[in-house]
Ligand binder design. Structure first.
Ligand SMILES: [Zn+2]
Length: 266
């Protein structure tokens, strides 16, 4: 599932390609056809990213809410756009560029009240300037569930997925099994700082690289895939910090990875 950095990158990309244009819209697959026809030729103002949600705002207060879910993806490019094929839910385009959306969990025309209802279910998004760590702490510190589950709960904070969960907890020496309520404020503050830094780096790079060069097998050049993470998908491989075997277990329906020595307890 795309994490918050992917969603924010998409928003930046689509704003630079499409904001201010009256877009032609279609749904070759048919499932969004009526809404696409309704919005075709309407000026697109901007798209906002919030957690894993995208809100495409059009003149007249009309909004398209998109959630990619596990399988959704956008592709874009210059005109001429390719012939539509596959389950193409939503195409937006103008004379110079197009973007195609396939396989989203949500692609729906909504009003501001519906946007508010989606936002009301979400905790702060670390990639948004107004995000309040105090508010995340308030939501996290009263949960008895494992911190590895709380970090994935979009009502606690919005945008963190499985990779950032594993990596941010490892960097801070916190076991994903520890109850969220057992974290000290100092531990939380350090964890928050790591999450913000990692997500911003992900937006810049377009990929998740959490390791520093001195912790990689090849210390110069871009991080190779096998060097990009400390614990994510490294079950049974040695911890880059202490050499202990990385362990994994299912937490909040996804596989969590951690070092039992660097991240004790729980
Ligand atoms: Zn370790």
């Amino acid at each position: 599932m795309p994490e918050g950095h992917t969603i924010h990158r998409l928003a930046r990309r689509h704003n630079s390609l499409f904001a201010g244009h009256e877009l032609r819209q279609s749904s070759p697959q048919g499932r969004f056809a009526a809404s696409a026809a309704h919005l075709s030729g309407v000026r697109f103002d901007r798209v906002d990213a919030y957690g894993k949600h995208l809100f495409y705002r059009f003149a007249g207060g009309r909004v398209v809410h998109v959630h990619l879910g596990l399988y959704g993806s956008f592709v874009d490019g210059p005109q001429p756009a390719p012939e539509p094929r596959g389950a193409l839910r939503w195409r937006i385009e103008h004379d110079d560029a197009y973007a195609d959306l396939r396989g989203p969990t949500a692609c729906e025309l909504v009003d501001d009240d519906a946007v508010d209802r989606v936002l009301a279910r979400l905790g702060p998004d670390p990639l948004r300037r107004e995000a309040s760590p105090d508010e995340v702490w308030r939501r996290l510190s009263r949960r008895s569930i494992p911190v590895g589950a709380a970090l994935m709960d979009q009502a606690v904070l919005a945008g963190v997925g499985n990779v950032y969960r594993a990596e941010a907890l490892h960097v801070n020496g916190i076991s994903p099994l520890r109850p969220a309520a057992s974290l000290s404020r100092a531990e939380f503050d350090a964890l928050w700082s790591t999450v913000v830094t990692m997500l911003k780096a992900g937006v810049r790079a377009g990929r998740i690289v959490t390791t520093v060069p001195s912790d990689r097998s090849r210390r110069s050049g871009p991080a190779r895939v096998e060097d990009a993470h400390y614990v994510y998908r490294r079950t049974d491989l040695p911890c880059r910090r202490c050499g202990a075997a990385i362990v994994s277990s299912t937490i909040a329906a996804r596989t969590a990875y951690w070092c039992p020595v660097c991240q004790p307890g729980g």
